[in-house]
Design a protein around this ligand. Structure first.
Ligand SMILES: [Zn+2]
Length: 231
């Protein structure tokens, strides 16, 4: 086969390999957890922290209220137990108990608020978790699909590489070297197809003499972009 035809075959294989590589890199990127998923994971963490905070608050406020309630019970026992004979002392104690009861009402109010906050935090966490789980599930499914695609791409590229080796083996090493250097310099396209009378690489209209040589299967370059031409 003419060198130019072989180089064109090599070019076709290389373009497919380039495309496989691009797709592989794109898939790899797409397999990463999305920013939305990462953001949702953060929101779950925040909701967990908020719930932990209100659980602690509620427990502490309940404990404080229970402590005070016990204290009041003890004082009332003393007060109504008949052991305190002094009237002034009784009145003072009575006032103290009344004051403590007002304080207790406030503590109970505050414990109830904490309980409501805790319930609200539980609801928020449950919702965030549900959204996160379904987002994560969708991501895992997408990732699994992409993983299969990656395997297929690797397999496909393996086949192309083996074909490439076969083509390279039939070409003079110097031609392959020149082709590879040109591909680097010319954006991946070293060999361009002739489109009627113009270069398939840069689109330039070609002189008749050049078109003629291409038709004859000679190795000839586009005078504008420098790519090798084939038809
Ligand atoms: Zn050209």
């Amino acid at each position: 086969m003419q060198t130019i035809k072989l180089l064109a075959t090599l070019q076709t294989i290389d373009l497919k390999l380039d495309s496989d590589r691009r797709q592989f890199a794109e898939n790899k990127q797409a397999m990463q957890p999305s920013p939305q998923l990462q953001e949702k994971a953060k929101q779950v963490k925040l909701a967990e922290a908020r719930l932990a905070h209100w659980r602690k608050e509620r427990r502490e406020r309940d404990e404080k209220a229970a402590e005070l309630s016990n204290k009041i019970t003890t004082l009332e026992k003393q007060l109504y137990g008949g052991r305190i004979k002094d009237v002034r002392e009784q009145v003072a104690m009575q006032q103290n108990v009344e004051s403590l009861k007002r304080h207790l009402a406030m503590l109970e109010e505050s414990a109830l608020e904490a309980l409501l906050e805790q319930e609200e935090a539980e609801n928020v966490l449950a919702k965030e978790k549900q959204t996160f789980v379904s987002m994560k599930q969708a991501w895992l499914e997408k990732k699994a699909t992409l993983e299969k695609e990656q395997e297929a791409l690797v397999e496909h590229a393996r086949g192309l590489k083996s074909k490439r080796e076969q083509v390279v083996a039939t070409l003079p090493a110097a031609d392959v070297k020149r082709y590879e250097a040109m591909r680097k310099k010319l954006g991946g396209l070293a060999v361009a197809k002739l489109n009627a009378r113009s270069c398939g690489g840069c689109g330039a209209s070609l002189p008749t003499a050049v078109v003629q040589k291409v038709h004859e299967g000679q190795t000839v370059k586009c005078p504008i972009c420098g790519r090798l031409l084939y038809d």
